[in-house]
Design a protein around this ligand. Structure first.
Ligand SMILES: [Zn+2]
Length: 289
């Protein structure tokens, strides 16, 4: 099977538009098919993407479960209790216990990322981490993706910029990358594949808002996070929204082990550079309008 990793501008724009719309307070007009995917709650097959990383979710949004020597770090938590139950089920499929979820890191204060955390934190005592700015945003905003049907978790710890979060043998770097929201974060963490170590990045908030100040912040965040990606030799790119970058088919090919050559989520440094270049181009376009 041929690698399907083209970070095409059009696909990225579509995803970004969709996420812009999901934000609610600053909507752009997404193409209907992308908006439909954002609200498509059909389950994806839970997949062990790396030796220590599992992807569980729906066509709308996924959570990533990072296994460490002292429990699980969950990155984002999908929309609601139902989704949280899907996460429980997905973990059990791989012989993991949801009781071992110790930390839930929320990339930003939108319901599709924080909505499942309340259920999991209450049931298993996991600690929920989010930036202070996005916690305030989450609590003060109550429509669209932040409507009451998406439960708001109690935040146990505010994530600071450039914070190193350690659980057992695993360290995650959290970098404040405002733009999509006022206090969104992006992450860098280690993954293993066939015993080899790689550094992965997860860009927390994809959609570019219409607000000019946030757009400027978005651009600065891209520059800032790219430096970290270089410093940590990041070669893996992950997202919570698999409708972008052929995420569904990449996930499927990992599940079926049907890819040839390189693992489809190990994109390499060149594609990481392209990722940032593509987003910068999109922000520049938006800044001009
Ligand atoms: Zn969002």
């Amino acid at each position: 099977m041929k690698r399907m990793l083209s970070l095409t501008l059009s696909a990225m724009c579509m995803a970004s538009l969709a996420m812009g719309a999901s934000k609610g307070e600053d909507p752009a007009t997404p193409p209907k098919e992308i908006l439909a995917l954002l609200h498509d709650h059909a389950s994806l097959t839970p997949t062990k993407v790396f030796d220590n990383l599992y992807c569980i979710g729906t066509k709308s949004v996924v959570a990533w479960a990072l296994k460490t020597s002292e429990g699980i770090v969950l990155i984002d938590s999908m929309w609601n209790d139902e989704d949280a139950k899907l996460i429980e089920k997905g973990l059990r499929l791989y012989g993991l216990s949801p009781k071992d979820i110790k930390l839930i890191i929320i990339t930003h204060g939108h319901g599709d990322h924080y909505g499942g955390a309340n259920y999991l934190a209450k049931k298993y005592g996991a600690k929920v981490l989010m930036s202070q700015k996005d916690t305030e945003f989450m609590l003060s905003y109550n429509v669209g993706p932040n409507a009451p049907e998406y439960p708001k978790p109690k935040i146990d710890q505010y994530l600071k910029d450039r914070e190193k979060i350690t659980l057992g043998d695993t360290q995650i770097i959290s970098v404040e990358t405002p733009g999509h929201t006022v206090g969104g974060i992006s992450l860098i963490f280690p993954v293993k594949y066939q015993g080899k170590n790689y550094e992965a990045m997860l860009w927390g908030g994809t959609g570019i808002p219409n607000d000019k100040n946030l757009q400027k912040a978005y651009k600065a965040s891209l520059d800032k996070f790219e430096k970290y990606a270089k410093e940590y030799n990041v070669s893996v790119e992950l997202t919570a929204h698999l409708f972008q970058d052929n995420g569904y088919s990449r996930l499927k090919s990992v599940y079926n082990e049907s890819f040839e050559g390189t693992h489809p989520f190990i994109v390499g440094k060149k594609k990481i550079e392209e990722f940032f270049a593509t987003y910068k181009k999109m922000v520049d376009e938006k800044l001009k309008n």
